[in-house]
Design a protein around this ligand. Structure first.
Ligand code: ATP
Length: 235
């Protein structure tokens, strides 16, 4: 579904990505973890068309996508839930969700998808008529994810879904992600810590200084020790 080869990206003189290779197959959950400044958000920006890489290739569903506009990529099935969530605080939860479906012509499916999102994230149903700005951080994260799903992506990328959330709230968000994946959605999740990856990941990449320093498949993860060693640079 996604194939990245030798991706390099920079901000002026600063090289943020130094040759990333990444393959994601349909139905997988792939995590990219790494410390602050490793290049995780930059990777998502390159895939979603927000930043033009310096070199390298990205293919989505078999087609090269470098240089394409973010809106076009979104319509082709790539959705990004950015860090900070970016929901519309003065609109209600329902309005935020409906906005995401505006471009869709399949109205019957939209209704079914909306219902599915309210089942996946029950708190949103409770808050449906309230202003999204009054939601807690965890609720906003669930809204941001639900909204992205309503764009009908085939690959959804999420930047640090657990950022700033209490462990119990993070559990709810991750439960939702699991349900979405079980219904067939392919996920690329970026996280700063390795603590959440073991249950859900099919593959984990550890990123440091713009390079992949470790890749592990689900059956190699064990208790996460090797992953952590790579994360902290102990190996
Ligand atoms: P975090 O967990 O803090 O979000 P990250 O792994 O997502 O970190 P990036 O945000 O991709 O890391 O940053 C990679 C490098 O690029 C860092 O050195 C960062 O300071 C730099 N950087 C990121 N965005 C910009 C920008 N807009 N202009 C200049 N440098 C940037």
């Amino acid at each position: 579904m996604l194939e990245i080869k030798e991706l390099h990206a920079s901000y002026g003189q600063l090289m943020a990505l130094n040759g990333i290779d990444l393959t994601i197959r349909a139905g997988e959950v792939v995590f990219v973890v790494g410390p602050n400044g490793a290049g995780k958000s930059t990777l998502l920006k390159c895939i979603s068309g927000l930043l033009k890489p310096r070199s390298g290739s990205i293919a989505f569903a078999g087609q090269p996508i470098v240089g394409e506009q973010p809106e076009r990529l979104c319509r082709r099935g790539l959705a990004l839930v950015p860090e900070g969530r970016h929901i519309f605080g003065t609109l209600t939860v329902e309005e935020n969700l409906r906005l995401a479906t505006m471009h869709r012509k399949d109205r019957a499916d939209v209704r079914a998808d909306l219902e599915r999102m309210l089942k996946t994230f029950p708190i949103l149903e409770k808050r449906l008529k309230g202003a999204a700005g009054y939601l807690s951080g965890g609720e906003q994260q669930q809204l941001a994810i639900a909204r992205a799903v309503l764009l009908k992506p085939s690959l959804m990328m999420i930047d640090e879904p657990s950022l700033g959330l209490a462990p119990l709230v993070t559990d709810q968000v991750y439960e939702g992600l699991r349900t979405l994946n079980e219904s067939g959605l392919t996920l690329l999740v970026v996280e700063q810590s390795t603590s959440r990856v073991l249950d859900l990941a099919d593959r984990v990449l550890v990123l440091r200084n713009g390079k992949v320093v470790k890749t592990q498949e689900a059956d190699e993860l064990g208790n996460g020790d090797t992953l952590e060693a790579a994360y902290f640079g102990y190996e």
